[in-house]
Ligand binder design. Sequence first.
Ligand SMILES: Cc1cc2nc3c(=O)[nH]c(=O)nc-3n(C[C@H](O)[C@H](O)[C@H](O)COP(=O)(O)OP(=O)(O)OC[C@H]3O[C@@H](n4cnc5c(N)ncnc54)[C@H](O)[C@@H]3O)c2cc1C
Length: 355
Amino acid sequence: MGLLSARLLAQAGEEVLLLERQGSGRESSWAGGGIVSPLYPWRYSPAVTALAHWSQDFYPDLGRQLLDETGCDPEVHVTGLYWLDLDDECQALTWAEREGRLLRRVDIAEVRRQVPVLGDGFARAIHMPDVANVRNPRLVKALKAALTVMPGVELREHCALTGFVNRGGRICGVQTADGDLLAERVVLATGAWSGELLQQLGLMLPVEPVKGQMILYRCAESFLPSMVLAGGRYAIPRRDGHVLVGSTLEYAGFDKTPTEEALASLKASAETLLPALATAEVVGHWAGLRPGSPEGIPFVGELASHPGLWLNCGHFRNGLVLAPASCRLLADLMLGREPVVDPSPYVPSRRLAVG
Ligand SMILES: Cc1cc2nc3c(=O)[nH]c(=O)nc-3n(C[C@H](O)[C@H](O)[C@H](O)COP(=O)(O)OP(=O)(O)OC[C@H]3O[C@@H](n4cnc5c(N)ncnc54)[C@H](O)[C@@H]3O)c2cc1C
């Protein structure tokens, strides 16, 4: 959120100083799977759907722009997605018809023709052919590369925000170990750490870390032609054949240690989905901290109680798909432009408690 918000604000001619407490793009935005869709889009509120749809339409352009500007390809890879043996298939189909999205029921024999490596245990499927995934570690790398050559942006890494400069309720900057930094406006885009940081202002923002573990297999390039999802677990093919399998959902505070239990559980899910993975090499296993929020609805906008302080956080399981629209909405609001989506569901003050 920080990298993309900075890019949009600088593109509009604003001067931006982006602070990052470590190297940029190493947390959730690096760790995620990169499906450019909520996992079960029909189960979300219209607030999430509005951001997701705007972003999905924009992702191919974003990928091309970043490749042209930096030579680093975020690999927006349209593979489609099969959901297998869903309990709420009818709701999914009704939602898709209402929203005008391409989603249809498919015979399991057809799925097997398209995805010959699929496991035997599945009976039903629905398919969305236009869902993409983005290679998110490359996305953050490309965004960082784009920012470093943009006029008006300074990216200052290894500089943590430790507090806010509060003058009579107005936020005019941030405190860091290197001293105070003043700014006309401050944007908090600190993912899972946002709730903790806002406590310093006596505000209870319901954003908490939700750990997610993933594993990565090395496979032949043509191994998996589509994303597949069953029982909350999914497999995502990258263009070079790597297959990601995720993910766990754990409330374990800020601990990011990958565990043996999760490895075994993810491998079991992987082998149910795609039995041939039993003999494939697991080349990665990691955890990230999602910025969990009620219903996964992000907080985007200025805090009425603390003018000068803006939020763009709390995207929970969908921050990669929601990012383009969420950051565009933030920039529109900050710059007084017509917002791309109705901003009211994301207004922070409505969903904040004072501690
Ligand atoms: C396993 C897993 C799978 C996922 N899969 C998907 C998916 O398929 N599709 C999807 O759309 N989303 C997915 N997500 C969710 C998505 O990754 C997140 O919603 C999104 O990355 C959040 O972005 P963010 O910028 O808010 O947070 P982050 O990427 O975590 O960035 C926050 C940044 O703030 C910095 N920071 C924190 N505190 C400070 C401080 N005090 N000072 C300075 N800097 C600070 C951090 O170092 C970090 O760089 C997944 C997440 C996980 C963990």
